[in-house]
Design a protein around this ligand. Structure first.
Ligand code: IMP
Length: 191
């Protein structure tokens, strides 16, 4: 850490996550890790995947930077918690994940449409320390996609206490209240 600035690499390919995390971690100089490939997501938990990404980053040789690994997903009650840690691979390449989710869910109502987002952050310090932050966001899956903000399943995720989807609520709402915002606050608390 140089004069309060945390120089960190995010072991991810997702520019939306980079943008969200940059806003959530003030005082951090966060960049995407430059690597041809990231490790396959073979863990049994979000933590294992986030940890594997951060560790991979550490091994690619950026000794002075903090390494941030992130893994997140959507768990839907009627699908027994799927797609969960497989959220990024739920749809085949070229397939629309939101359309696939709505088709898998069908016309179920009430409790069956309940869902939650989960985000796990693992941060490795240059000195070998390890910190973790977890965040969840409860809600329900809308009957049809609405809104253009966010990414992934945001057009069909309606957070508890809201009528709009995350894609309609927009970036400011996400920065204050998303699963990623909650995980980032937990990580900062741990620091
Ligand atoms: P991974 O963490 O790279 O495995 O990808 C997580 C996947 O979960 C994303 O590709 C999205 O499908 C979903 N996901 C995670 N966080 C969000 C979010 O904030 N909005 C919408 N979808 C998300």
């Amino acid at each position: 850490m140089r004069s309060g600035v945390v120089v960190a690499k995010l072991a991810s390919r997702n520019p939306h996550k980079l943008e969200e995390l940059r806003a959530l971690l003030p005082g951090w100089e966060l960049e995407l890790l430059e690597a041809d490939e990231l490790p396959p997501e073979e863990g049994r938990t979000y933590f294992e995947n986030a940890h594997a990404k951060a560790l991979f980053g550490r091994r690619t040789g950026v000794p002075d930077a903090w390494l941030l690994g992130e893994d997140s997903g959507l768990e839907v009650e009627a699908l027994g918690g799927a797609p969960g840690i497989r959220s990024a691979r739920f749809a085949a390449p070229g397939e629309d994940p939101v359309a696939k989710l709505l088709a898998a869910l069908g016309p179920v109502e009430g409790q069956a449409r309940r869902a939650r987002y989960v985000c796990e952050l693992v941060c490795l310090s240059p000195g070998g320390g390890e910190l973790r932050g977890t965040g969840t966001l409860g809600g329900r899956i809308a009957e049809e996609p609405r809104g253009s903000g966010g990414f992934g399943y945001d057009p069909v995720f309606v957070p508890d206490g809201e009528k709009l989807t995350v894609a309609e609520l927009g970036g400011e709402w996400k920065r204050a209240s998303s699963h990623r915002a909650r995980a980032a606050r937990a990580l900062l608390d741990a620091m």
